[in-house]
Design a protein around this ligand. Structure first.
Ligand code: FAD
Length: 469
């Protein structure tokens, strides 16, 4: 959509092909909002995040595992993305620094989901962009030199094949959250609950590979920051999912601790999520004191309101509406247990090492020092008051990370490192802009999706003009 805006503004004709039956199908249409640099909103609040600042932060976080030039070019498009959204009449506000990264880059959409992308569609159509729904891109059309000349699609409404010729093509099909096989191939034999659209099934990535492209090397997910998830929990959510990010004892399928749980309470989208994705299945173990703490106050209260705990203040000082009736249903559906002893609790899920783990953990709590994984002393609360509770979790995600290798203008590259002429890749299908773990500055997923779209659109317009296509 951003590329279409850019191309249309450059006076080119352009079509957006969407598999879904509405422009609201995309994850972008439903998301919270993007991280952007150098916007007017930031200027207005005297909170400008310069392009240099955001780039340096994200590039350092990636430890050089992304394409520096691409990330820099993308971040530099923040203000233009804001312009496009404003032109469409989409309103945003600037959020506070939720995760303590030191700046306020995340913009939050105020325009309701149902109207947001409709407004963008209206703007694009007023600029001459054709938006064609129920059209599934299947294959790239190439000439004898491999230059991309268009795309073959399935017209889902008419149930027939069609071809679109084009001077250049941008692939942005949103990753592979809807493709369990691809998730297993790249992330291991685990289940990831899809919080985003399942229409994104890796088609774009496969099309580029078939056209001679190459995969980049970062594979992961942008995980759910609000809590755990379990596939057995069909058609309902449980307030006990929150304990996944509560900072208390977490164990793996053997009952052993596997991470510093503070990564989940403080950075669930990125560092914490990555550790739990590695495990596939993980479990929160609670004593009665911790379990009922949310009936008495907030999680921040439970840990004694430590001043130095940033996420405690910004994320965990909100009432959680903890519902007692959820426990019974969780147990019924096979994703929770309650027992009088830790040994009995361990048996319910075969976590053989749990009693030993809890004993070691309680010992460290009494010493006020996590000598194993370095969790902050203020989060070290013993698991000692019966009855005990256990909640089983899998991971869920907003979108996937991992895709096609591109250059700094989003042009798809071959294994030899040359450009596939006429072929561009943006958003989650672009494997060269997102790192693993996912960036810890919120809004980076859709921020980079919008801005890589803008980078691609600008280059596509210049490419098409130069060749008189
Ligand atoms: C509920 C929700 C909230 C989120 N909140 C945030 C947030 O606050 N901040 C953040 O950074 N990220 C957030 N995300 C993630 C963010 O939405 C994505 O990172 C972003 O939308 C990716 O953009 P994209 O263009 O790559 O893919 P998408 O926005 O998913 O767009 C891809 C489009 O391609 C279509 N498509 C798929 N296959 C084909 C095909 N073969 N042919 C034609 N069309 C096809 C899809 O239907 C879809 O419309 C959220 C996601 C969800 C689901």
């Amino acid at each position: 959509m951003m590329a279409a805006w850019k191309a249309a503004r450059a006076g080119l004709s352009c079509a957006v092909l969407e598999k879904g039956n509405s422009i609201l199908s995309s994850n972008a249409a439903r998301c919270g909002g993007p991280a952007l640099a150098d916007t007017r909103l930031q200027e207005k609040e005297a909170a400008t995040v310069t392009v240099e600042r955001l780039f340096t932060y994200m590039y350092e976080f990636s430890r050089g595992t992304v394409h520096a030039g691409l990330l820099r070019n993308a971040i530099a498009k923040g203000r233009e993305v804001e312009t496009a959204l404003q032109e469409a009449g989409i309103e945003m506000m600037l959020l506070e620094d939720t995760y303590g990264v030191g700046f306020r880059a995340r913009h939050f959409f105020l325009t309701p989901v149902q109207q947001r992308w409709q407004r963008l569609q209206n703007l694009l159509e007023s600029l001459g962009v054709e938006i064609i729904l129920q059209t599934e891109a299947k294959r790239l059309l190439q000439d004898e030199n491999g230059t991309v000349k268009g795309v073959a699609v399935r017209n889902l409404a008419a149930d027939r094949e069609e071809e679109f010729e084009a001077g250049s093509v941008l692939i942005a099909t949103g990753g592979y959250l809807g493709n369990e096989e691809m998730i297993r191939e790249h992330l291991g034999d685990i289940h990831i609950g899809a919080l985003g659209s399942r229409l994104s099934d890796g088609a774009g990535i496969r099309m580029v590979l078939k056209a001679g492209g190459l995969l980049d090397r970062n594979w992961g997910v942008c995980t759910n920051e609000f809590g755990g998830y379990h596939s057995r929990m069909k058609g309902r959510s449980s307030s006990n999912m929150y304990f996944a990010i509560g900072g208390g004892l977490l164990v793996d399928r053997n009952g052993r601790r596997f991470m510093n749980e503070q990564r989940m309470s403080d950075k669930p989208l990125s560092l914490g999520g990555e550790s739990t994705v590695r495990e596939g299945h993980y479990y929160a173990v609670l004593d009665d004191d911790y379990y009922h703490s949310l009936d008495r106050g907030t999680l921040y209260d439970y840990y004694g309101r430590p001043e130095e705990w940033h996420a405690g203040r910004t994320v965990h000082d909100r009432p959680q509406n903890h519902r007692e009736e959820d426990l019974e249903k969780d147990i019924e559906q096979g994703c929770a247990a309650k027992a009088d002893t830790l040994a009995q609790l361990a048996e319910s899920f075969g976590l053989s090492c749990l009693p030993e783990t809890a004993a070691e953990y309680n010992q460290m709590c009494s010493q006020g020092c996590d000598s194993r994984f370095g969790k902050a002393a203020y989060l070290m609360k013993p698991v000692q008051k019966a009855p005990f509770y256990l909640f089983a979790y899998e991971q869920s995600a907003w979108c996937t990370i991992g895709g096609v290798k591109t250059d700094e203008y989003c042009r798809a590259l071959t294994p030899a490192g040359s450009v596939i002429e006429g072929l561009y890749v943006a958003g989650m299908d672009n494997g060269s802009c997102y790192c693993v773990p996912y960036y810890d500055n919120e809004g980076a997923a859709v921020g980079c999706a919008f801005t890589t779209g803008m980078v691609a659109g600008e280059h596509m317009a210049a490419y098409v003009r130069k060749r008189n296509l």
